[in-house]
Structures are given as C-alpha cells and as structure tokens.
Design a protein around this ligand. Structure first.
Ligand code: GLU
Length: 486
C-alpha cells in the first residue's frame, strides 16, 4: 500500500438483496479506485447479528461478479489487511475501544433498557432528539470494576464534548460544522460485544488503508462523530464522498422495503446488467457532457467524483427502460436470440424458427420480460373481434377485408414454396390485380394471421414463421368472422 495509492471499499451488510443505492455506492467506489489504478476492497459488515440472512453473501459475490466490479481484496480472495468480514474482527474493535477508554474518549455504560427508555420518553416529550445523558461517565473506577466483575451487561460509548463545534469536510457536500451539543455519545461496542457500524467503519477504514470513503448521504450526519474518533486515535481522516439519495419521486426514497426494485428484481424483469450499471452511474453523476451511454471501461476512464451531485437523484424506470432498449439493440443478433429464447419458450410450445422471431423482436424489445406478450400469438390465435379489420387509414371495411382474404386464400394455398419472398410476391401481385392500396390486402391479412392490432413484423413475416398450414387455417377463421358481420 503506497502512501498515495487510492483505496476504496464496498462495505455492504448481508441483507440478502442488492439495493440499487448500494450497487451505486459499489460502482462509484470501484470507479474512484480504478480511475486512479487503485484498489477496490470488499468488506462484509455483518455485525448486526440479529439480521443474518441465509445466502446473503452469495448475493454480494454474485452481484459483483456479474456486474464486473471486481474486487482486489475481500473475504473470498483474502488480502493483506484481512479478515474482511467484520464478525471475524471482533477482538480488534474491543482492543481499539479500550484504547479510547484509556484516553478518556470513551466509557463503559451499564444503563439498562428501562433507564434508556425513560430517557427516550423524556426526550420525546420535550420534542428533542434522544441523547444519552452521560450518566455512566461519572462512575468511579471502582464502581466500573465492580460492575464488570459481576457480569452486568455493558456497552462502550463515545465520550463527545458538549461545547464547541466539530467540522468535517465532504468532497461533495463541502465543509459541515455542527455544535458538539448535538453529538450523542453513540455506542461503539454493543452489549453482545460486537461493534456498531459507527465504530467498526472507522476502525476498519483506517486499518484497511481506505483513502476515499464512499457511501450514502444517510451517513453524513454521523460523520462529525467519526471525525472525532479519527482524531482521538490520531489517525488521518480519509476523504469522504457522500452520495446523494436515490428517490422514487420527490418525496420518497427508493427502498426495497417499500417494494422498490432491487438489482435482482431488475435482472428478473429482463433488464440487462450493463444497462442497469450505465443507468445507475448517472444517478447523481454526469460526465459534464450530454453523453449517456457508457460501458464500465468508459466509466473508469471518465469518472471524476468531483462531478457527483448533491441533489437527490430520481430513479426513473422509464429512462432505464429506454436505455435498456438501446443496450438490446447494441447486442449482436445471436446474443439477443440467446437471451430472448427462454422468454419465447414461456409462451410458445410449437417448434418454430425462433431465430426469425428474434430478427423481428431485436429492434422492438425494450425489456426482455415484455417479450412473451408480443409473441404469444404465434402459439395460438387469440380471440379477437371483427372490428379489428376496420382501419381508417388503411381504408379497410368488413367488405373489402373479406374480399381480400377470400382472394388471398387460394393463392397462398397454391404456393409450392413457402418463403417470405414467395408470400410477399404473391400478395403484392394480388394488390396489383385488385387495383387497391397495399393496406387493403395487408391489413386484413396481418389481422387474420395474428389476431392482434400490433405485432412484431408484418403479414409476410408472420405467415412465413407460422407456416403454410397454420396461416391458411387462421385466414379461414378470419373469413368466417367477417362473413358473420357482413
Ligand atoms: N454497511 C453499510 C451499509 O450497508 C455500509 C456503509 C458504508 O459504506 O460505510 O449501509
């Protein structure tokens, strides 16, 4: 670890899902490190023992793997400053907490739940934020020894001053100064012996040589207290980069708990991981140009954290969907086909030339999950009403639609070769022969073979994919339908 080497970390808690905001933090931390050829670390913050979720680590590893945010050090690959899982670092935190106690910067607190509840109620009644009243700071050495010896549960609290101010610098939000009277004596070590996030993040970021701390702005208000910890230890304060919140609208934060999509949900819905990453890169950052499409490599090159915004970012699913469509169109047809095939198979059991369907769908798909509803008519003709034959612009009526279909049927029946071209040629000849506009033949034909108002591809493509027998049978259904309304 050279003095100036940039080192960032992604420090997720194993919750079992990847919140969009966390993924953005991971991305920004990765970009800041890689932009400067630095190191990107993964640290698992699992000190909340009550919130253990089975398989949660896999979600983290898996997300980093598929998104390409490759970490240089972490629980699975080791590194020089491990362990990288906080629950395995328990003795370290205790050791450092005791150092603070020796310095008078922290103290044992034996207050029980009843007393704390009472303090909380009092604070509520006065409409003030809860603040521990430093009751245990005044215990004598002997009292403390005695309580410890008799096994009374304790926590260790930070000892913050009550007068003066504390200032810290954030790269995005600037210099922030708070009155020390606002600083709560936060818990550093909990009664189960595990550290709080508030303590562990400082100790670990220091011991792991983190130079740039990237995280959500919800930690901004605690940062003065973190600074006091760094100062108490005499450690160098890292650069803080707090990212703006991600909102679903002007009032509400995006939150998995309120049913907003996680990364896995988006993948499940058929968004491409590259599009998701591109989109979330822009949630609170822009390159200073109107450019919007960036690969991860582009981002590594262009990302400058000084361009991160303070203003909340709005997660706009419509914009993501548009961007996803752009990414789908950039895929080679074969790749699109590979991704789309499972979605065809959801609704089509017939053995069709799926590649031809991909040719139609490639330019029309925005998210993979919408594929089934666009192709289900290949499986079976949907119920549809004769009114669909009437199209003002195409100048179709019940009557001319029936005529077109009745003329088309024997011609198609007579085709020896069933290809897109043969279908097209024969039908265009019919148009000419009838002396009508294309639509008078093609609209009824497409309606008959699809039963839908909107389809990927036109009548010829659909008839070609359906095959001769199915096409003819669907045209006959159309003829019957039209006969009934004449
Ligand atoms: N474990 C914290 C979280 O998941 C990490 C915050 C940080 O990056 O420091 O929110």
């Amino acid at each position: 670890m050279g003095e100036n080497r940039v080192r960032t970390r992604f420090a997720p808690s194993p919750t079992g899902y990847m919140h969009v905001g966390n993924l953005r933090t991971a991305l920004y931390a990765y970009l800041i490190a890689k932009h400067d050829n630095g190191d990107f670390l993964l640290r698992v913050e699992d000190t909340d023992q009550e919130r253990q979720v089975e398989g949660a680590l896999d979600v983290i590893y898996n997300t980093l793997k598929i998104t390409g945010l490759k970490h240089d050090e972490g629980p699975d690959i080791g590194g020089p400053v491990g362990p990288y899982v906080q629950s395995e670092r328990k003795p370290i935190y205790i050791k450092y907490a005791k150092k603070l106690i020796d310095k008078g910067e922290a103290y044992y607190c034996f207050c029980d739940k009843e007393r704390l509840d009472m303090l909380r109620e009092n604070a509520n009644a006065l409409n003030r934020p809860f603040k521990y009243d430093k009751h245990c700071l005044h215990l004598s050495k002997e009292e403390i020894e005695e309580k410890l010896a008799s096994g009374i549960p304790f926590v260790i609290r930070q000892n913050n001053p009550t007068t003066g101010t504390t200032t810290f610098d954030d790269e995005i939000f600037g210099k922030i100064t708070v009155d020390n009277s606002e600083l709560d004596d936060m818990i550093l070590i909990k009664s189960d012996g595990f550290p709080t996030y508030n303590f562990a993040n400082v100790v670990d970021d220091h011991l792991m040589g983190i130079t740039h701390v990237v995280r959500g702005s919800e930690y901004l208000s605690s940062s003065p207290k973190y600074n006091r910890l760094y100062e108490a230890f005499g450690w160098q304060i890292p650069k803080y980069i707090h990212c703006p919140p991600i909102m679903k609208d002007s009032q509400h934060k995006l939150s998995k708990r309120n049913g907003d999509a996680s990364f896995e949900d988006l993948i499940e819905k058929g968004y491409l991981k590259d599009a998701i990453m591109n989109y979330i890169a822009l949630l609170g950052w822009n390159p200073g140009t109107t450019e919007e499409i960036f690969s991860l490599e582009d981002l590594v090159e262009k990302f400058d954290y000084r361009n991160i915004n303070k203003a909340p970012a709005i997660f706009d699913i419509t914009k993501l969907t548009w961007m996803n469509g752009e990414y789908i169109r950039m895929l080679p047809l074969e790749k699109f086909h590979e991704l789309a095939l499972p979605y065809y198979k959801q609704v089509i059991t017939k053995d069709l030339d799926f590649m031809k369907i991909s040719e139609l769908m490639h330019s029309r798909t925005e998210i993979l999950s919408e594929i089934p509803e666009h192709v289900d008519f290949f499986e079976s003709l949907p119920e549809y009403s004769a009114e669909m034959y009437i199209h003002k612009k195409m100048k179709t009526t019940y009557q001319n639609s029936l005529e077109s279909l009745e003329k088309a049927l024997p011609i198609l029946e007579g085709l020896n070769e069933w290809t897109f071209e043969s279908i097209q040629n024969s039908m265009m000849n019919l148009v000419k022969e009838m002396g009508v506009k294309n639509g008078v033949v093609l609209w009824p034909l497409r309606t008959a073979v699809s039963g839908k108002q909107f389809t990927p591809g036109g009548a010829f493509e659909i008839a070609d994919i359906l095959g001769k027998e199915e096409t003819l049978s669907r045209i006959k259904v159309g003829i019957e339908k039209l006969k009934q309304v004449q």
